[in-house]
Design a protein around this ligand. Sequence first.
Ligand code: SF4
Length: 92
Amino acid sequence: LRVEDKLYHNRYLVDPGRPHIKVRPHEKPSPNLLALTRVCPAKCYELNDAGQVEITPDGCMECGTCRILCEASGEIEWNYPRGGFGVLFKFG
Ligand code: SF4
């Protein structure tokens, strides 16, 4: 079974209008911020047409990779989703 096939079994409940991760406005992404477009396992980060990094946190697995790379520098704001929202892992 591929990783993608396993991830498909997870469920995600969106908290409308309250994203739990935000990218601070920037003109040009730092190397760490840019790296998130490649390392996020849920592919939440993308480059927009202006070359800035944007996030759509739907599907975030709360792995913490982006938090380790970019929270201390202030490039992202990271919180857990509110209770009852976010990822629901299915094991097995
Ligand atoms: Fe992606 Fe992990 Fe950050 Fe969620 S916590 S947005 S899955 S890198």
